[in-house]
Structure formats: structure tokens, C-alpha cells
Design a protein around this ligand. Structure first.
Ligand code: RIB
Ligand code: CA
Length: 314
């Protein structure tokens, strides 16, 4: 099977880091052309350091480009309480790799346009870089295979009752992307609250003799403090969902539907109003919104791949 070209746009962030590990574990299916960073969970300096730190930890030569320092219009609000003061659950990653570019938008444009095959974008942070890319270089549209987004929700929010963090952080950027008519798959909280690991899984990771699994375990132990959805028994690993869909779409159910981003200043800021009225059959020109996931298969595949990395990166 031909490998899929991908660029992961992220704000590492603990679940971003686990998602990046999962992508690296699937390099037989995914051609990771690059990692771009965006301010979100933490400052652009911290999230970029964490992307460089993870590739140093894995000793992987993946090109990393630094992106937007903040949202298009709104104030930055790092989520230190969830991801720690450095964005990696206060885990100290090594730093041996150098930044490839300090301009993520130019890097994405050049990478997409120079690739023979189309490229899939996997944004798992605020959509600032993606909005700037498609507005600055509209020619990339014909070379984009898919945009697999972790963001939004068809039901509950997390940063507010109405909004998921990535969309809430930069609603204007999210509106630009969702209104772009580009092919989108949305992994919203309505499924990502079920895509993750149980407390015992993380305890086992922490006790592992493998360096990758132990690192993930220590970070996820910190992450458990933040996501109270299942009262400390289960921690969603939101960003891994946007990668998992590319490799195992069979785990999911979905429907195409319009997604409208609320750009107000009110309580509903960042809400993704998804038209879930089942009697209306929207065509595939609308975003593909994931509606159900096989939670147990997801957990099994993610764990197997993290333990696989221990063998590859001793
Ligand atoms: O709401 C979850 C999303 O916000 C994830 O991408 C997490 O990393 C944070 O960025
Ligand atoms: Ca993220």
C-alpha cells in the first residue's frame, strides 16, 4: 500500500507528543514530511522545543518548522494546568535537533507544492497555521489530499461548556478552514473522549523498561490531572484520533455535515455547530464528522504501537 504523505501541525502538548509517537510508529504507512508547531497548549517556544525534544529523544531526523506565535485575533491562553509549565508535563526532553525552518507556512507550502503526491495535513492544535497557509497560498488546495483535524465537537466542549480548546483558541482560523471547502475529517470531543487509555494502562507504561513507553507513561500520569471526563479512570488522547483515522478508518462511523464555527465573544465562542439532523443527507462536499469509535480497538492499537517503539528506539 502506498504511504500517505502527512504534515502534522501541533502544539505539543502531552497528547500531541503521544500522537507524534504513534505516527512515527506507523512510518510504514505514513510518510511524515514534517512537523509544524503552533502556539496553543503552551507558548510557541515551548511547543517547538517539545517537538524538537521528542525528535531528539527518538533520534529521528524529521524536519520541524516553527509557526504562529498566537491566534489571528484572540489572546493566547496556554493550558499550563493541563500540560504543565513546559507543555510536556514538566518532563525534560533532550535537545540535540535543530529547527529546519522558522516559517511553518512557507515550509508547508514548499513541501506540499514540491511533493509529487498530494499531502494530508493533520492539525491537532489551533488552526492558525492552516488558515494562514490556505489564505496566503491558495494554490496548495489542489495538492491537499485531506485535512484530518482534532478539534471541535458535536456535543460537549472542554475549555468551556460550548467549545473545544483548539477551536476556541482561534475561532477565526477555524472558520476559515471549515469554510474552505477542502476535504476535512473532524475528530471532535464527541469521539475523542473515548479514544485514550485507562489508569492501569498508564500505570503499566510508567513501570515499563522501554524508554518510549516510560516517557509516555510519565507524561500521561501528569495529563490525568487535567481531563476529568471519566473521573481519573480514563484519559483521552485526543490528538492520536486524527492520526488513527488515517490508518484505521474502519474503527469509526461518520457523517458528512456542515460545521459552523461561532466567532462571537460570548459564552458560545468557538462552538462548532454541527448539523446532526439525520433526516438531511449532506453530500461529501461537507466535512466528514466522526460520530462513533471502537474504543477498545483504538486503545489496543495505540498501546501496541507505543510498545513497538520501545523495540525500534532503544
Ligand atoms: O481539546 C483537546 C485539544 O486541545 C488537543 O489537541 C490538546 O492537545 C489541546 O491542544
Ligand atoms: Ca494538541
Amino acid at each position: 500500500m502506498k504511504k500517505r504523505n502527512i504534515i502534522i501541525d501541533c502544539d505539543p502538548g502531552i497528547d500531541d507528543i503521544v500522537a507524534l509517537c504513534f505516527a512515527v510508529a506507523n512510518e510504514d504507512k505514513l510518510n511524515l514530511l514534517g512537523i509544524t508547531t503552533v502556539a496553543g497548549n503552551q507558548t510557541i517556544e515551548n511547543v517547538t522545543n517539545n517537538a524538537l525534544g521528542l525528535m531528539s529523544f527518538l533520534n529521528k531526523d524529521i524536519r520541524i518548522a516553527r509557526g504562529a506565535k498566537g491566534p489571528l485575533l484572540r489572546e493566547k491562553k496556554p493550558a499550563s494546568n493541563i500540560h504543565g509549565s513546559n507543555g510536556a508535563g514538566d518532563y525534560q526532553l533532550p535537545h540535540t535537533k535543530e529547527l529546519y525552518s522558522n516559517n511553518a507556512v512557507m515550509f508547508m507550502r514548499d513541501t506540499i507544492m514540491s511533493s509529487e503526491e498530494k499531502t494530508t495535513l493533520v492539525p491537532v492544535g489551533p488552526l492558525t497555521n492552516i488558515a494562514l497557509l490556505i489564505k496566503t497560498f491558495p494554490e496548495v488546495a489542489e495538492k491537499i489530499e485531506l485535512i484530518s483535524i482534532m478539534g471541535g465537537s458535536t456535543d460537549v466542549g472542554n475549555v468551556t461548556p460550548a467549545a473545544e480548546f483548539n477551536i476556541w483558541a482561534d475561532p477565526e482560523a477555524a472558520r476559515i478552514v471549515f469554510d474552505s471547502k477542502l476535504p476535512i475529517v473532524m475528530s471532535g470531543l464527541n469521539v475523542t473522549h473515548s479514544t485514550g487509555l485507562f489508569r492501569k494502562d498508564v500505570d503499566d507504561l510508567m513501570k515499563s523498561s522501554g524508554k518510549v513507553t516510560r516517557m509516555c507513561g510519565e507524561m500521561l500520569n501528569f495529563y490525568f490531572r487535567g481531563d476529568h471526563v471519566k473521573k481519573g479512570t480514563f484519559t483521552p488522547i485526543h490528538d492520536a484520533c486524527a492520526i488513527m483515522f488515517l490508518i484505521h478508518p474502519e474503527l469509526y462511523k461518520y457523517r458528512h455535515m456542515p460545521v459552523t464555527v461561532d466567532c462571537s465573544e460570548e459564552l458560545s465562542r468557538g462552538n462548532t455547530l454541527c448539523d446532526t439532523r439525520e433526516w438531511i443527507d449532506y453530500g461529501d462536499m461537507y466535512p466528514k464528522v466522526l460520530t462513533e469509535v471502537d474504543m477498545e480497538k483504538f486503545r489496543e492499537i495505540l498501546l501496541n504501537n507505543l510498545y513497538k517503539l520501545d523495540e525500534l528506539y532503544k
